[in-house]
Design a protein around this ligand. Structure first.
Ligand code: AMP
Length: 565
């Protein structure tokens, strides 16, 4: 596989933009694995990763990932082979990531929670050659799943397991923990350098997934020239250096995990404190390691308000909140107007990140998501569906272009025509406005037009779920909408019209989705059976009305519960 084999399916940056980013230094010619090696050479003895159970210095991380890269080559992988990742937050995920990246192999950032519906589609789309999976997660045998998936697959040939203590290398499964261990570190380094000499800066370094606006998830190609720098810009914006300890609770494999956690920390020699989503143990790890920075997604807003956060709080000088409006009490809990600083992040796997600048006033940090992290980022607020800017201060669709924002999804020409303006600005599907505070302009997120549910940071595409629900013979019509949830922000609620008037229980619908191999986080958590769905004057399903209806219903139910108690 070479870059040109993907040529027709990859959208390249227009030449004038590419030249500008090279000249301004926003783009790099060094392959991503080399960037890690450069940092490891500068800070060999500093901690690179600390998890609840183990840790590694930069020198160890660099050496071990060289060996894994060489081991992967030995298994038969070739440069640009895509590899499906199904791993949770653990040190081995970091090793697998850099091992692949150094070998020029392309991690596909799928989730441990994904099942056949997602993995089957994506692995075929990208032509995955390998599958790296945790042996067991939350009672599910992912390794058996990987074997089942590979059987009869057109391209998946190599399986790698993580954490399979009893497993033996053999058959077509290799244990990551053993991979490359016997290779002399100098020989492994030589293999990596040989591969890096062939890497084109425009080569894909990783495939991320989009929550998407229509149908199936879209594949986001991130390339060597920009991906590491995306993390670096974020780290620089927050003033991090080699003394920073960056805790991360949400999946590290998400773009936010890679860009704001892994790459951002390592781009400046900082330590990644790799926690998990379980808030009490994450806060305990943060306190024990004296973590100085953390990204808190809205799924953890409540946990931060609870007493367990107390132990972690004294060490935190940068708390970045992201995913939903920040309540005043949350902001005050983490920001004391002095050394304990809180700010906000807005970002997406497609690229653009905005963060509140460290020296911005408290009002900007509490009410806005700040400004783009790169000087060459360009932002426009357009009337949805048009290329006209809204009047100054008005609300419109956030559109962006820049050195690390993709110029197109992978192999999606039709979708790309709608998803980008004629001059290459990505239409985010988010509604935003520009707020002026103390004479500076900051971005404020005002909602979204794209049809998805943001379940604690995991995006559920409404149309994808609706099509799956319609496959049930008992469902004649359906509309999936977000319903408010105090812990996760939003959950999926399905409004359904029964085929023969029979209302199926939630368990029957969930069983249907399980049989289709749909990841559990996408399943609706409430059903509302109705005789028909409301329509707008142009005969589209009126989701606005449904969203308002379910929100009112939930609020009335909460009031009733309150009265009963
Ligand atoms: P992802 O690509 O999964 O990281 O999701 C990106 C999307 O998450 C954005 O397009 C927004 O819809 C949403 N998002 C990210 N940050 C924020 C935020 N601070 N406030 C509201 N929505 C956000």
């Amino acid at each position: 596989m070479t870059f040109s084999d993907w040529g027709g399916r990859l959208v390249t940056f227009p030449e004038d933009q590419a030249r500008r980013y090279r000249e301004s230094g926003m783009w790099s010619n060094d392959p991503t694995g080399q960037r890690l090696h450069q940092i490891a050479t500068r800070f060999p003895d500093r901690p690179a990763v600390i998890s609840a159970v183990d840790s590694m210095s930069f020198a160890e991380l660099d050496r071990r990932t060289d060996q894994i890269a060489a081991g992967l080559v030995g298994l038969g992988f070739r440069r640009l082979d895509p590899v499906i990742f199904q791993l949770t937050n653990r040190l081995e995920t970091v090793l697998a990531w850099y091992g692949c990246v150094k070998a020029g192999i392309v991690p596909v950032a799928t989730l441990a929670a994904h099942r056949m519906h997602e993995i089957g589609h994506i692995s075929r789309k990208v032509g995955a050659v390998g599958h790296i999976t945790e042996a067991r997660t939350a009672g599910f045998d992912l390794l058996a799943f990987a074997r089942e998936h590979a059987a009869g697959h057109p391209s998946v040939r190599i399986l790698i397991s993580v954490g399979d203590e009893e497993g033996e290398d053999g058959g077509n499964v290799t244990r990551l923990e053993q991979l490359g261990l016997a290779i002399d570190p100098d020989a492994a380094r030589a293999v990596v350098e040989q591969i890096e000499a062939q890497i084109d800066p425009l080569d894909v370094v990783a495939f991320q997934l989009s929550g998407g606006t229509t149908g199936v998830p879209k594949v986001i190609p991130r390339i060597h020239t920009e991906y590491w720098n995306n993390g670096l810009f974020y780290a620089q914006r927050l003033g991090w250096d080699e003394h920073t300890k960056v805790a991360h609770l949400i999946p590290i494999i998400h773009n936010a995990g890679i860009s704001c956690g892994l790459h951002a920390a390592h781009s400046v020699g900082a330590c990644l404190v790799l926690a998990t989503a379980d808030a009490p143990s994450a806060f305990e790890l943060m306190a024990r390691t004296e973590s100085t920075a953390v990204l808190i997604g809205h799924g953890h807003y409540q946990a931060v308000l609870g007493p367990e956060f107390d132990a972690a709080r004294p060490f935190l000088t940068r708390v970045v909140l992201s995913g939903a409006k920040v309540p005043a009490e949350l902001f005050e809990r983490v920001d004391d107007g002095a050394e304990h600083w809180a700010g906000q992040l807005f970002g997406m796997s497609e690229g653009l990140f905005t963060v509140t600048p460290p020296d911005s006033p408290a009002q900007a940090r509490r009410t806005t998501v700040g400004t783009p992290v790169a000087a060459d980022d360009e932002v426009r607020i357009l009337e949805p569906g048009t290329e006209h800017a809204v009047p100054e201060g008005g609300i419109g669709e956030l559109c962006c272009r820049g050195p690390y924002t993709i110029p197109g999804y992978f192999d999606a020409p039709d979708h790309n025509r709608q998803a980008f303006t004629s001059d290459g600005f990505y239409r985010t599907g988010d509604l935003a406005s520009l707020a002026v505070i103390d004479g500076e302009r900051y971005l404020s997120i005002e909602g979204r037009i794209k049809d998805l549910i943001n379940r604690g940071g995991e995006k559920v595409n409404a149309e994808e779920l609706e099509l799956l629900l319609l496959e049930h013979p008992g469902v004649a019509d359906v509309a999936v909408v977000a319903m408010p949830d105090p812990r996760l922000g939003e959950k999926a609620c399905a409004y359904l019209v029964a085929t023969h008037g029979d209302q199926l229980p939630l368990s029957a619908i969930q069983e249907h989705l399980a049989n289709l191999g749909v990841a559990k986080f996408k399943w609706p958590e409430r059903l509302e059976w109705v005789p028909s769905l409301p329509r707008t004057t142009v005969n589209k399903i009126d989701k606005k009305e449904l969203r308002a209806e379910i929100a009112a219903k939930l609020s009335a139910e909460a009031d009733t519960r309150h009265l009963v108690v």
